[in-house]
Ligand binder design. Structure first.
Ligand SMILES: [Zn+2]
Length: 157
């Protein structure tokens, strides 16, 4: 796992996490926490998180709990795997808000499966938005059930 902390120009901070969140993540999460002390708005980029195991999810939970006490926390680019983990255990979200996330789509024409990153407000009442294949522009179908992602709708309002 890699954790990068970058201050943004507007005074907020970005924490970019990539790789696996697991039993080795504790120290890096604690370091990231120290780096963002006193920052009101923290964005966490989860676009490159491959997997989160059960021990990792405890450390993740600790991280978010601490962050949410003092900061507004926005999760951006949530990977498909991360959305899967959060969907199975919505409590892992604490009071963080999911701002954008990936949805897998498949193209009926060229059979490509690709990941489309959308913002939460692109989500319909009961459906994912229409997305065209990024190779052949054919209208593509979401690969997952809308209900799989419905868990965080309340969290995005
Ligand atoms: Zn296609």
């Amino acid at each position: 796992m890699e954790v990068l902390v970058k201050p943004n120009d507007d005074g907020s901070c970005l924490i970019a996490i990539s790789g696996a969140i697991n039993e080795y993540s504790s120290k890096q999460f604690q370091r990231a926490l120290r780096d963002v002390v006193g920052i009101n708005m923290v964005e966490i980029d989860l676009g490159h998180v491959d997997v989160m195991n059960s021990i990792g999810s405890m450390y993740w939970s600790d991280l978010l709990r601490s962050l949410c006490k003092t900061s507004t926390v926005r999760l951006i680019n949530c990977s498909i795997n991360m959305m899967g983990s959060l969907g199975r255990m919505p409590a892992l979200l604490q009071s963080a808000k999911i701002v954008s996330f990936h949805v897998p789509y498949s193209c009926p024409q060229c059979r490509r499966i690709f990941s489309f990153c959308m913002s939460a407000d692109q989500l319909g009442e009961n459906d994912f938005p229409e997305v065209n294949c990024d190779k052949c522009s054919t209208l593509s179908e979401p690969e997952i059930d809308f209900d799989d992602y419905a868990f965080f709708r309340e969290k995005t309002k």
